[in-house]
Each structure stands twice: as structure tokens, then as C-alpha cells.
Design a protein around this ligand. Structure first.
Ligand code: FES
Length: 138
């Protein structure tokens, strides 16, 4: 199963595929085929989206360019463990996603492939959906 991170306009990340969400210590928070993770920084149930982005009026077009895109392997012969997308939730910082993934907005007008990505979950990055270390300024 291929992994896709959909970047929703004015809303969360929607992870689809073989997804494992871990805390910074490696404890598994969720293992599923779908996960909604907050990227506005205001959820009361972080790292998950609880709909708060509508109240805080989070705005992001979900349009992006990626100059660090990588080729990902899509061969079915790859062991399942290596096809997982493991997302580490860093304390007071970004999401680190590791594994083969496509990152795109919902209409597919912005799209890239990666094997590793640091993703913004504070809502402040000027390079969304990627982290630019703006969380340190909070
Ligand atoms: S993106 Fe939904 S609560 Fe933050």
C-alpha cells in the first residue's frame, strides 16, 4: 500500500497508507490506514486534529513547491516494514515522517515524493507544509 499525506487547505494533514504514529520516545500512538494530524497548532488533542482549526481560523492554501523531493521505490517486493510511514511527533516541534511517501494537496496541483520529511504542526512555518523551525519563535 502506498503512503500519501494529503495537505488539506486551511486544515489538517490526512495520512493514508501504512501509517504508524509515534511519540518522541517511540511509543506507538496509532497504527492505522488513516490518520488526521493537526497542523494549525491549536488542537486540544495533539497530535491529532480535533476540528479546532475552524475556530482559530487557520489559513493555508496547501499550495507548495518542494526543492528537496526524492525518488521513492514503489516495488511490491519491498518488505512491508520498509513500506511503513513512521511519523514521529517531536515534543514542542515538528513531525518527522520516514518511509516512502507522496505529499500533495487534495487536488494534486502541488505534489512531491519523499523518503523523509519534517512537517510543520505549529501553524507558523512560512514553508508549509514543511517545518522551517518557526516553532522556536513561539
Ligand atoms: S488542523 Fe485541525 S485542529 Fe489543528
Amino acid at each position: 500500500m502506498s503512503n500519501t499525506i494529503f495537505v488539506r487547505e486551511n486544515g489538517p494533514f490526512i495520512f493514508k497508507g501504512n501509517i504508524v504514529i509515534e511519540d518522541a520516545s517511540g511509543n506507538v500512538l496509532l497504527e492505522d490506514n488513516e490518520a488526521y494530524l493537526c497542523r494549525c497548532g491549536q488542537s486540544n488533542n495533539k497530535p491529532f486534529c480535533d476540528g479546532e482549526h475552524k475556530t482559530c481560523v487557520f489559513t493555508d492554501t496547501a499550495q507548495f513547491n518542494d526543492d528537496k523531493g526524492e525518488v521513492i521505490s514503489t516495488e511490491a517486493s519491498i518488505p512491508e516494514k520498509e513500506q511503513q510511514l513512521v511519523v514521529s511527533v517531536r515534543d514542542n516541534a515538528m513531525l518527522i515522517a520516514k518511509g516512502p511517501m507522496t505529499i500533495q494537496n487534495e487536488e494534486g496541483s502541488s505534489l512531491t515524493t519523499r523518503n523523509k520529511a519534517a512537517l510543520c504542526r505549529c501553524g507558523l512555518s512560512k514553508n508549509k507544509p514543511f517545518c522551517d523551525a518557526s516553532h522556536k519563535t513561539r
